[in-house]
Design a protein around this ligand. Structure first.
Ligand SMILES: [Zn+2]
Length: 353
């Protein structure tokens, strides 16, 4: 490992669009280029070798995020899910955040990619590659008309729920300790959504589904099962993490899991406290690799959406993670797979070549 800013990290989840939306929308895009107080911007990405990933469009609930993280810092917690959000309220927010993504593209900060080949070409040109992802399908109508239009606008990945219930299904509340088997799964609308996503080539993200929803997708989707930002339940028994049985199904489908940097899903004690050594991330990676194989594990930072380990608060810190992987005994080929190769493999399989 001569250059610790490589291999480039292409990662399963970030919330920088939400942060820019809250900071004023398109007018805040410039800070992404010049530098901002947050986890991802161009200067930090260059320093850390962050090549991009899934850029989530997410409709926030009126609930205070600071309060949520405060609750999750306690030894046990069981957060009620916020109320559902109507299509009429969600759609404009999705349009605003998607507009920020395309504004970043217009500024030359990134390229919105629709194929694995485009991602590969963008990464090798030295530019940031982004996938247009929606976390929580509130802005999709029951007829799926918005899905059709958003697909043509570049949407290539969607989570039927961000934990909060939608017309498509019920998600997993934030509870520690807890099994992920809480509540009902997908609705009939949800099953139709999965079917149409499979036909179009939109990846269905399992990360915020509860276990019933996970198995609904497993039964009805013909595609690899993917959890973009989730960890091992055997190490951190949080409702958001994946049991070994779920990992076996993901392996069977030739899908993958992106390691979530959020400390509440990393720590054995499930607390949202940032003093987490990088070795704790390696423990999850070891477990995921043991159960999924080396080809089905990647990263899913949750950057700009969660409290992350102190050493990795910005993507400029990613060389420390590569260093920890090498020190832990991962060879160059495995590190390249974890950093981006596995995402490219699974996306190619999901979207078609
Ligand atoms: Zn999430």
């Amino acid at each position: 490992m001569s250059n610790l800013a490589s291999p480039l990290v292409f990662d399963g989840h970030n919330d920088v669009l939400l942060k820019l939306y809250r900071a004023g929308g398109v007018s805040a895009s410039k800070s992404f280029v010049t530098g901002r107080d947050g986890a991802i911007d161009l200067p930090s990405a260059t320093l850390g070798g962050f090549g991009g990933g899934f850029f989530a469009v997410y409709v926030p609930s009126p609930v205070d995020l600071e309060f949520k993280f405060e609750e999750m810092a306690k030894p046990t917690y069981d957060l009620p899910l916020p109320d559902p959000i109507d299509w009429e309220d969600a759609f404009p927010v999705v349009m605003s955040q998607a507009a920020i993504l395309f504004d970043l593209e217009a500024r030359g900060a990134l390229t919105v990619c629709k194929t694995a080949a485009e991602i590969r070409a963008t990464l090798s040109s030295g530019k940031m590659a982004a996938i247009f992802h929606i976390e929580g399908a509130e802005a999709i109508d029951a007829e799926l008309n918005t899905l059709e239009v958003l697909y043509r606008a570049g949407l290539r990945s969607i989570g039927p729920v961000w934990s909060r219930s939608t017309i498509f299904g019920h998600g997993v509340p934030f509870r520690y300790p807890s099994e992920p088997d809480i509540g009902p799964g997908l609705t009939d609308h949800g099953l139709r959504l999965v079917k149409r996503c499979d036909e179009l080539g939109i990846m269905v993200d399992l990360s915020h589904l509860n276990e019933a929803g996970f198995w609904d997708v497993a039964r009805h989707s013909s595609k690899p099962l993917v959890a973009t930002h989730s960890n091992a339940h055997a190490i951190c028994p949080h409702s958001r993490n994946l049991t070994d049985k779920q990992l076996a199904a993901i392996r069977e489908s030739d899908g993958m899991v992106g390691l979530n940097f959020a400390v509440a899903f990393l720590r054995d004690d499930g607390r949202m406290l940032a003093d987490v050594p990088l070795e704790q991330m390696l423990r999850h990676l070891d477990h995921l690799i043991e159960h999924l194989g080396e080809d089905r594990v990647g990263l899913g930072s949750d950057y700009d959406g969660a409290v992350v380990p102190e050493e990795l608060t910005s993507c400029a810190g990613l060389p420390k993670l590569r260093h920890a992987m090498a020190k832990h005994g991962y060879d160059d080929a495995l590190i390249a797979k974890l950093c981006h190769e596995n995402w490219l493999r699974v996306l190619e399989k999901t979207w078609g070549a």
